[in-house]
Write a protein of this length. Sequence first.
Length: 277
Amino acid sequence: MPRWIKNFIILASLLSVSCTSPALPLNSNSQSAELIHTQDTIEVRTAFGEILEVFDAPNLSITEQRARSAAVKVRSLLQGGHGSGTYMIAHGRRVVITAAHVVRNDSVMAIDGRDGETVVGQVVFINHDIDIAFIVVPEMETRTAVRYRPQRRYDERLVGTTLTYTGFPSHHDLLTIRGYVSSIEKEHIVTNMFGWFGSSGSGVFDQQGRYLGIVSGIDVGTMGFGVRIPLESIVWVAPVSKLDHEMVKIRIVTSVVPQTINAFPGARAPRRGGLRD
C-alpha cells in the first residue's frame, strides 16, 4: 500500500478519538489563525466596570481581552476529556457556557480557571440539537466574568464579520484565535478560523463584544478511498440566536448555585501569587 494512503488512514483514525487527543501536525504556513502573545501588562475593564490587571497582551482588542480573561477549561468528572467555555454573568447568575457534546449527559462539570483554581458547576440547560449548554457556577477568583450579550441576528448580514475566541485546543494552555464569518447555513455559522480537539465550547464574539455562540466542530472532507480528513480552518459555530432564551432564563434563575469549590474530590482553590495567562 502506498505511503500516502497509509498516512491518510492513520489521520482518519485519529478523528474518532476524544476532544483531548494529541494534535495532528498542522501546516505552519496556515493563514487561517493568528496566535497572539506579547509581554506588556494591560488593564481590562470588567463587565461591572472595575479595572482589573488580567494578562500580558496589549495587541488584543478590548473584546479579545475580555474573552481571554473569561475563558475556562471544562472537564467531565465522570467520563474524562475536556472542552472550553466562557465564564459569564447571565440573568444575575455566574454561568459557564460550553458545547453540549462536552457536557454530554453529566449533571456537574469541573471548571478550571487559572493558577490551579477549580470549581464545580451545575448543568442547568442543555440543547443537544444546537450543541449549547449552560452551567451555573460559584464566583471564581482567577477569571473575570463577561456580560452575556447574545447576538440575535442569524442571516447573511453576518458574513464577513470579524470574530475571536479563546480556548484550550489540544494540549495547549490558552490560545486566542481570530477569524471571520464565511457563510450562514441552516444549523451552523460557518467560519474561517482555527479549531481543534479541546476548543469545543469556546465562546465566539464579534468585535463589538456580542456573543455569537460556541465552537461546535470542524469540517471534515473526504479524499479518495473514502478517507476522511479534518479541515481545521473551517470551523462550525453553534448559534446562540437559535436558543429558547426564555427557557434558558428560567433554568438559570431557578437553579441552585454551588456554594463550595470542595464539592467534589480534587477541587482546589487557586494558588496564591497572582494571575497568569
